[in-house]
Design a protein around this ligand. Structure first.
Ligand code: SF4
Ligand code: MSK
Length: 647
């Protein structure tokens, strides 16, 4: 039965079509593959660090269980958790490294097609990094910034430079606890070393290193990716767009770009707009070339060009199932191997482009950043050539929705304060006067273990109804865009009176789409600006803010969560909690971390309870700040939820 698997009626229809065609999707595989109770932490932990194991530690009441080497449940839970953080940090940071290398080469004039587009941001970043700018050319500044950025990955000692952007109080906490990252690669490598057999076997010590690694992601690799992409491709400003599989065009060549890094996708967008390419498409019977995106690549090109979003993580196979996709072009992360099998049922070319990510059965066209536009043209031509090969079974859903995206930290600053007095003061004032109760970052993936998009939507609907301004990235942002939460009109329809009043006055939606997963670093900077603006305490942990990843699935989400917690933010995850088998270790993350960092983890799969926990936390922070005025909490009844789930 497809009915309960997704919030979207059109996705349900496509799942049925896939079923009729004998196509297996992630939804089917999730249903047939029983969730491992050990892997999910529900009834135990598993260690496979050495060949004396694997050791499967199932907790028996009152009985101490250990691995063959004597490793405790707590040690194994901590090692597994730390390795998830390392995996996530490696992914975001390798993305940041690619961008940094291209940035430096572009600054030196060694590669064509990339240039410095946002000089103001270049100078701001130079200032943070300590690069002198007075009397220097843009080229010289960009080279110096690029060299420092590349250097952050291999640095062996000292402190990552973006750490100095955090509030002073936060930096002092990190230094006191010894968790300031030294170099991005060093922290990932050290975590892998310390969690291998027979090294670090003290869960607190392991987790301090995991924290240092996570901070190397949020305040390092991810932040470098965001900032350098903004300089190369320009800082996002609000842009209108559309979302859902209905953005595919029946009479055009459809190229779906999917993955994470915008280096090639920016070029594909450019190449597809070239008159020769459009003419080629027309010569083969198409009306034009339509680019759309999936996952974070979609978000990257949406926030800078308004390129339509075909869908989020769980819609990647369904996009091909429409029969209308000439090519799906992927780079790295969140790309399912199952795509290759689905593509074989259609004329679709699945094209891998990164030497780091090939898929058996896919066509590989390697991205050459030294001649990026040529790679992009080759891909677009190949897709266009596929158009006449359509098999006639095109079934594009009609449903597509308007959205507004591109709320970078700079945009929020400008929209609230105006160009001459850009400031977070109006935001802080509206939090202090209670129109805005607080802010929640609702981010992260989809997971077929929970109904697609439903948890995102229910959580966000309840938060904005209770005057909590929501900031989003990643697939969460795409989910809520499909529900109509990211347009200004949503304020009147869904937001509480105070939040609606502010949104309508400024002209913003109650749910702000801020970009891709690496752009969670924008939320860190926004929180820091709120602290620096004043009136809401001295540190991020004083702010009435919270974070959530209601449908998380990736290791990257755990890395993001840990850097938010270590930055002082209460962070709630849905689905299930991977260290649940160790009560002691889970308590350390859920309670003990608050004493260390002022932020802590929680897990709550139910969206209503998740919203309640976030609102209670925000109210607690408001009380501590002396700004709380008792407000009624609107709770949705079953009828409200049913309407939302089917809407
Ligand atoms: Fe088992 Fe210890 Fe080897 Fe892990 S490291 S597999 S707990 S013996
Ligand atoms: S793409 S990491 S499924 S948000 Fe960034 Fe979506 Fe999660 Fe991938």
């Amino acid at each position: 039965m497809a009915e309960a698997r997704t919030a979207s009626a059109s996705d349900q229809r496509l799942l049925e079509i896939a079923g009729e065609m004998g196509i297996t999707t992630v939804f089917d595989r999730a249903a047939s593959m029983k969730e491992c109770p050990i892997g999910s932490g529900a009834s135990g932990v598993c260690c496979k660090m050495c060949a004396m194991g694997p050791c499967r530690l199932v907790t028996r009441r009152g009985q101490k269980v250990v691995g063959v080497c004597g490793a405790s449940v707590e040690t194994i839970a901590a090692r597994n958790f730390a390795r998830m953080v390392a995996g996530g940090t490696a992914a975001h940071s390798d993305h940041g490294r690619e961008v940094s290398n291209v940035f430096l080469a572009a600054a030196k004039g060694e590669i064509a097609g990339y240039e410095i587009r946002d000089e103001a941001k270049l100078r701001m970043v130079a200032g943070v990094l300590g690069v002198p700018t007075d009397g220097r050319s843009t080229r010289d500044i960009a080279i110096a910034v690029g060299e420092m950025a590349v250097g952050e990955y291999g640095k062996q000692a000292g402190e990552l430079l973006f750490i100095r952007r955090a509030p002073q109080r936060r930096q002092e906490i990190w230094r006191r606890l010894g968790v300031v990252p030294r170099g991005i690669d060093r922290e990932v490598v050290e975590t892998m070393h310390r969690t291998t057999m027979g090294v670090d076997q003290d869960y607190e010590n392991i987790t301090f290193q995991a924290t240092r690694t996570a901070l190397a992601d949020g305040w390092g690799g991810s932040m470098l990716a965001t900032e350098l992409q903004d300089i190369l491709f320009r800082t996002p400003v609000p842009v209108r767009g559309q979302v859902n599989l209905g953005v595919l065009e029946e009479k055009q060549v459809n190229i779906v770009i999917h993955g994470h890094e915008p280096l090639l996708s920016e070029m594909i967008v450019r190449a597809a707009r070239e008159p020769e390419m459009v003419a080629l498409a027309k010569s083969l019977g198409a009306e034009g070339i339509n680019i759309s995106g999936i996952c974070c690549t979609a978000n990257e090109v949406l926030v800078r060009h308004g390129v339509p979003v075909a869908g989020n993580f769980l819609q990647q196979e369904l996009a091909i199932t429409t029969g209308a996709v000439e090519a799906m072009v992927v780079d790295v992360q969140c790309v399912m191997q199952g795509l290759a099998d689905v593509a074989q049922c259609f004329h679709t070319d699945l094209i891998t482009t990164s030497p780091r990510a090939k898929i058996a059965g896919a066509t590989h066209i390697q991205f050459n950043e030294h001649d990026a536009i040529s790679t992009a043209r080759e891909i677009v031509k190949r897709a266009v050539g596929n158009f006449p090969k359509r098999k006639g079974n095109v079934q594009i859903p009609k449903e597509k929705y308007d959205l507004v995206a591109g709320f970078s930290h700079e945009t929020i600053n400008y929209m609230l304060g105006g160009s001459f007095r850009a400031s977070y003061t109006p935001l802080n004032d509206n939090i202090i006067n209670g129109r805005i109760r607080g802010i929640a970052g609702v981010v992260g993936c989809n997971n077929p273990r929970v109904p697609h998009d439903v948890v995102h939507n229910e959580l966000v609907k309840e938060l904005i109804a209770n005057n909590v301004l929501v900031v989003q990235t990643g697939c969460a942002a795409i989910a809520c865009a499909k529900s109509g939460f990211t347009v200004p009109e949503a304020a009147r329809k869904y937001a509480g009176a105070g939040l609606a009043e502010v949104c309508e006055a400024v002209g913003i939606p109650p749910v702000l789409h801020s970009g891709a997963c690496v752009d969670n670093s924008r939320i860190l900077i926004a929180c820091t600006e709120m602290v620096k603006t004043g009136g809401l305490g001295n540190d991020i942990s004083d702010l009435p803010v919270a974070g959530a990843a209601p449908e998380w699935m990736s290791e990257k989400a755990i890395a993001i969560g840990q850097y938010f917690v270590a930055s002082g933010v209460f962070t709630v995850f849905g689905v299930h909690w991977p260290t649940a088998a160790s009560q002691e270790y889970t308590d350390y993350l859920f309670k003990g971390h608050e004493g260390l960092y002022g932020g802590k983890w929680a897990c709550e799969p139910d969206p209503a309870k998740m919203a309640a926990a976030i609102i209670d936390h925000i109210d607690g922070k408001r009380t501590a700040l002396g700004i709380n005025v008792k407000k009624e909490r609107k709770l949705f009844d079953m009828a409200d939820r049913r309407e939302l789930a089917t809407g």
